[in-house]
Design a binder for this molecule. Structure first.
Ligand SMILES: NC(=O)c1ccc[n+]([C@@H]2O[C@H](COP(=O)([O-])OP(=O)(O)OC[C@H]3O[C@@H](n4cnc5c(N)ncnc54)[C@H](OP(=O)(O)O)[C@@H]3O)[C@@H](O)[C@H]2O)c1
Length: 273
């Protein structure tokens, strides 16, 4: 199935590859309709071609020509340079999807003009395994049909929520940066198991499955996560002893601060561009 027509990826980094992998494995796009370019790293492009069978080129014109969707997967600080190289090639009909943290609709309008159909997104790395979380703010020129495409594209990679643009910094701190908080927790749990005598691989497997299973249970049961904390921690039991230790170290407060600080950094980045 190829639902979207030609899809052009500008940038061939972590986020672009995560999206390409998700799109291909969900069957929403064919490799021969995906075109990818980057700034200069030819090996990276060849790697993508070998792994996923997509088309790669260092020629932006070739990549953008007749593309229905253009995904901007470059770092915020490189966006201006990338857009400069696309001037005169991007069209008003193309649906342009920015994945960049910190670059507002206003920033793109100032840079490109007001006539482009731009969507700002904040997605995350698990879209690689179709378990991403993407927040979307549609631009003022986007049509209903394009909203449908954006929803189809990102729901093939996980969940999609539509939000007002002023929520994007908070979302960056929560779900954009959030996977890293969870990876840190997995690493800490695995290390603790190892320090207490488990084999490294066994400890890692148990830590990963615990986080995966816990998230799956919240998602599939629909039970509130605070209720699940209660259900798993009986008076005088082992879990309660662990939870009390976590809270005495300020676990909930620290997670709150991590989200807040990452959101603040996102805000700082957006004013610096
Ligand atoms: N990684 C995450 O977890 C995450 C989460 C949420 C949002 N995001 C957002 O996703 C975007 C991409 O992040 P990333 O982690 O994928 O970055 P990345 O791995 O560093 O990849 C950036 C890509 O942009 C390319 N690039 C730079 N200048 C270019 C130009 N002028 N023309 C074409 N391509 C150009 C680079 O090419 P070369 O290699 O040739 O220089 C590279 O392929 C960022 O804006 C980030 O804010 C990332």
């Amino acid at each position: 199935m190829n639902m979207f027509g030609k899809v052009a990826f500008i940038g061939a980094g972590n986020m672009a590859e995560a999206m390409i992998k998700g799109l291909l494995s969900s069957g929403f796009a064919d490799a021969n309709n995906i075109y990818v370019t980057n700034k200069s790293d030819k090996n990276k492009l060849e790697g993508l071609k070998t792994r996923w069978g997509v088309n790669v080129s260092s020629n932006k014109h070739q990549v953008l020509e007749n593309a229905k969707i253009v995904v901007l997967g470059v770092k915020p600080q490189d966006m201006e340079g990338a857009l400069n190289e696309m001037k005169g090639i991007l069209t008003h009909e193309q649906l342009i999807i920015s994945t960049a943290a910190g670059l507002s609709h206003e920033w793109f309008e100032n840079y490109l003009g007001k006539d482009y159909c731009l969507v700002r997104t904040m997605t995350n790395l698990p879209c690689q395994v179709k378990a991403g979380a993407t927040a979307v703010t549609m631009g003022c020129n986007t049509k209903d049909s394009q909203r449908f495409i954006v929803d189809a594209l990102f729901s093939s990679l996980g969940i999609v929520v539509h939000v007002k643009e002023d929520m994007i910094d908070t979302i960056t701190g929560l779900s954009g940066s959030g996977p890293a908080y969870v990876y840190l927790m997995i690493a800490a749990m695995a290390e603790a198991g190892e320090q207490n005598g488990l084999a490294k691989e066994v400890s890692f497997q148990l830590a990963v499955q615990t986080v995966f299973g816990a998230a799956k249970l919240v998602k599939e049961s629909g039970i509130d996560s605070n209720k699940l904390v209660q259900l798993t921690s009986s008076k005088g039991g082992t879990t309660l002893a662990g939870l009390q230790e976590l809270e005495s170290g300020g676990f909930t407060k620290m997670i709150g601060l991590a989200v807040k600080m990452a959101a603040q950094r996102s805000k700082e980045l957006s004013v610096s561009y």
